[in-house]
Design a protein around this ligand. Structure first.
Ligand code: TPP
Ligand code: MG
Length: 348
């Protein structure tokens, strides 16, 4: 599918591009060896962390909701590689990958998942409710679409304060049908707020496919009524995400207001830990995994270019596995919060 834009966006000449193209014909950033290996490591960290979270859930160490991000790693990693210090991130409940990408500690995220004292919300928030002011991560929200309005508020604050930070609000294809998204679009366009709206189009909202629920399934066009430009991005190719991120950040920082990036992506696991998986075939999932996996794409490229050997990649895998294993050990050894904490950190 060709790259589509609904309005003129900033010139592409500033971002590094190569002759290579993403699977939808869009541009890709020209990564050097270090960038490829950084992307590989960051995506692998998220994948291994999520696999471990899935295991701990199955063993009963994690209670409540838990939505895994496996398959979508290129989206947050490509975005994060383009961001600068001070840019804010806000997302929904499928949030562990976003947190790790901002540099939040695996130990603190895992301890929160297991409801322990040293978790990011002191064990009282769980999977969907973690925050880090230090890393500019504003949650973790369970109300579908709420983070879009909150993220618009963050952008308003940046504009009001006159800084050049950009707010990045992630939401799903299902959330894109919520009313408050369009109220937010209106205000963001009216006041030219520096915000990137990222639709993570993973094709399903719980068990409902976009084809069944959505009149306009090209989400990059959803801002056209407000004059908000949009770009459709191959969200399985981390270089395509980085190229789009560079362009979108430049657009926002130069005072042109909001922009939408629709990331064409896919989640491999169920919606949450309890998912009957009857709404799609195993073959569909397998096809995506074998043909478009974001981590495998980088692995193939670096091997082909001779930028890394099997052993180099194994060493990265080991380093990542050690971090994840350490986070799981830490989370299981960490005590639960004391009963006296029941009424701290909450609004009564
Ligand atoms: C306001 C609201 N309505 C309904 C729900 C129940 N719900 C939770 S997740 C979800 C699907 C959202 O899908 P999407 O936005 O595509 O995100 P994804 O899970 O694919 O990441 C729904 C309907 C909710 N949490 N909040
Ligand atoms: Mg979805």
């Amino acid at each position: 599918m060709a790259l589509r834009k609904t309005a003129t966006v900033s010139s592409r000449k500033n971002s590094a591009k190569s002759a290579a193209k993403a699977s939808n014909g869009g541009p890709v950033a020209d990564f050097d060896r270090d960038e490829e290996l950084k992307a590989y490591r960051e995506m692998l960290l998220i994948r291994r962390f999520e696999e471990k979270a899935g295991q701990l859930y199955g063993m009963g160490f994690i209670g409540g909701f838990c939505h895994l991000y496996i398959g979508q790693e290129a989206v947050v990693v490509g975005m994060q590689m383009a961001q600068k210090e001070g840019d804010q991130v806000i997302t929904a409940y499928r949030d562990h990958g976003h947190m790790l990408a901002t540099g939040m500690e695996a130990r603190g995220v895992m301890a929160e998942l297991t409801g322990r004292r040293n978790g990011y919300s002191h064990g009282k928030g769980g999977s969907m409710h973690m925050f880090s002011k230090e890393k500019h991560f504003y949650g973790g929200h369970g109300i579908v679409g709420a983070q879009v309005s909150l993220g618009t508020g963050l952008a308003f604050a940046n504009r009001y304060r006159g800084n050049d930070s950009v707010s990045i609000a992630y939401f799903g294809d299902g959330a894109a049908n919520q009313g408050q998204v369009y109220e937010s679009f209106n205000m963001a366009a009216l006041w030219k707020l520096p915000i990137i709206y990222i639709v993570e189009n993973n094709r399903y909202a719980m068990g409902t496919s976009t084809a069944r629920a959505t009149a306009q399934s090209n989400y990059s066009l959803r801002g056209s009524g407000f004059g908000i430009p949009g770009i459709q991005v191959d969200g399985m190719d981390v270089r395509a995400v980085k190229a789009a991120a560079d362009e979108a950040l430049e657009h926002c920082r130069s005072g042109k207001g909001p922009i939408i990036l629709e990331m064409l992506t896919y989640r491999y696991r169920g919606h949450s830990m309890s998912d009957p998986a009857k709404y799609r075939s195993k073959e569909e999932v397998q096809k995506m995994r074998s043909e478009q996996d974001p981590i495998e794409q980088v692995r193939m490229r670096v091997m082909e270019k001779g930028w890394a050997t099997e052993d180099d990649l194994k060493a990265i895998d080991k380093e990542v596995r050690d971090i994840v294993a350490d986070s799981a050990d830490f989370a299981q050894a960490d005590p639960e919060p004391d009963a006296s904490e029941l009424y701290t950190d909450i609004l009564l």
